[in-house]
Design a protein around this ligand. Structure first.
Ligand SMILES: *[C@@H]1O[C@H](CO)[C@@H](O)[C@H](O)[C@H]1NC(C)=O
Ligand SMILES: *[C@@H]1O[C@H](CO)[C@@H](O)[C@H](O)[C@H]1NC(C)=O
Ligand SMILES: *[C@@H]1O[C@H](CO)[C@@H](O)[C@H](O)[C@H]1NC(C)=O
Length: 369
């Protein structure tokens, strides 16, 4: 009991000395010099005063915050001159990410995606079959089976089309073992119009009977659809002559075939020096020339001819696959916290915008069969 009393007493003293006299919002209030008796007598008056002061502070802060919010939406370009290029891109190239996962991997994979690269997307949703307190989930109706990945992908994109088409310019699909450098993704997309039906990823040659220019994007390192591509895809996917109606088969290949038949362009995600930005394996696989033999399957199925070498990876890479949860954090550390003593930051510029009618996509050039 005694202890409780002392606590109350201390609390009241704190109130007297710190809440009343100080602060930019504070009034003169009652000082700390009044005797204990006076203090007790004035306590209801003090309470009233405290409520008044706190109330006006809250109103003033809210008004300030509101004005900041209202103005931040359309500040003229010149006033944002301190804004970093990454911040400008975040405003202008809005990316909604969605990650295909299952309840089995919520805690072991999905939450780690959320805590690392996932939080940098303008919006992120985990497409799964059960909700989770720690994740922004969208619950799909298709069963949790690898065999229906194509069906889940159709359902996921249809949901985004129906409910979130205006929330982003680009819609990036990733797996729960993909790592995405979201800033570099926006940088890659910046020249393109989201009103053009186009998508990007790591381009594979279509296998089986197909036209020479037919490709699909590896599901593992993910792919990103423009808003227009999303619209064309969802409005066209019931066409039995263009898209597979069943839910089975390889998701990425069916996606590629469907988009090709719907005339959605398969973009070239390489940089201006033709180095890869999407890569369906881990970074060391593309950097080390001696790691794979020349007959490695990836070299054979690449739409754009490729090899591994220290100069084969863009210095602005976008996505990798087979990244373990532990590696997600390592990637994050070496890219967002790491400093190299004395290293100068390069001067960076955004590329010119490409008019949709001027877009030229390089032809298939991998004749290695
Ligand atoms: C930009 O930076 C200058 C100098 O650091 C600062 O005085 C100014 O308030 C900043 N402007 C904005 C819009 O952040
Ligand atoms: C693929 O090639 C065919 C035949 O040359 C052409 O008609 C078609 O427009 C091309 N499609 C794409 C997406 O480049
Ligand atoms: C495609 O078919 C599904 C299932 O029958 C239906 O819910 C959806 O509205 C259809 N989409 C379009 C664009 O017609």
């Amino acid at each position: 009991m005694g202890g409780d009393y002392i606590l109350l007493e201390q609390h009241q003293q704190l109130g007297d000395t710190t809440l009343f006299p100080g602060g930019s919002c504070g009034s003169s209030g009652a000082g700390g010099q009044v005797s204990r008796a006076t203090r007790r007598r004035l306590s209801s008056f003090q309470q009233l005063l405290l409520i008044l002061v706190a109330g006006s502070c809250t109103i003033a802060l809210y008004a300030y915050w509101d004005v900041m919010l209202l103005t931040s939406g359309n500040v003229p370009e010149t006033q944002l001159s301190n804004e970093t290029l990454a911040e400008k891109l975040q405003r202008e190239v809005r990316v909604l990410c969605w990650v295909l996962t299952t309840p089995k991997y919520h805690k072991s994979r999905a939450v780690h995606v959320m805590r690392t690269w996932g939080k940098r997307c303008n919006k992120i949703y985990f497409m799964t079959s059960e909700p989770d307190d720690e994740l922004p989930t969208i619950v799909l109706t298709k069963p949790d089976k690898y065999e229906v990945l194509w069906g889940k992908t159709k359902e996921a994109f249809s949901y985004l089309y129906e409910h979130m088409l205006d929330e982003a310019d680009w819609f990036m699909k990733a797996d729960d073992d993909t790592y995405v450098f979201v800033e570099n993704l926006r940088y890659m997309l910046y020249p393109y119009s989201p009103d053009q039906a186009i998508y990007f990823g790591y381009n594979f040659k279509m296998v089986g009977t197909h036209q020479k220019n037919e490709s699909y994007m590896s599901g593992g390192s993910g792919y990103v659809l423009s808003r227009e591509a999303l619209r064309v895809f969802v409005e066209g996917l019931n066409d039995t002559t263009k898209c597979r109606q069943e839910d089975d088969h390889a998701e990425d290949m069916e996606m590629g075939r469907c988009l090709f038949n719907l005339d959605v362009k398969a973009g070239d995600s390489r940089d201006s020096k033709l180095r890869h930005r999407f890569y369906p394996l881990l970074p060391f696989n593309i950097l080390l020339s001696g790691y794979f033999g020349l007959d490695f399957w990836l070299y054979k199925y690449a739409f754009y001819s490729m090899r591994s070498c220290m100069d084969c990876l863009s210095e602005y890479p976008v996505a990798f696959h087979y990244v373990s949860p532990a590696q997600l954090y390592v990637f994050d550390f070496f890219n967002y916290d790491f400093q190299l003593m004395g290293k100068q930051k390069p001067v960076e510029r955004l590329p010119e915008k490409i008019k949709p009618e001027d877009l030229v996509i390089p032809e298939y050039d991998n004749h290695f069969d």
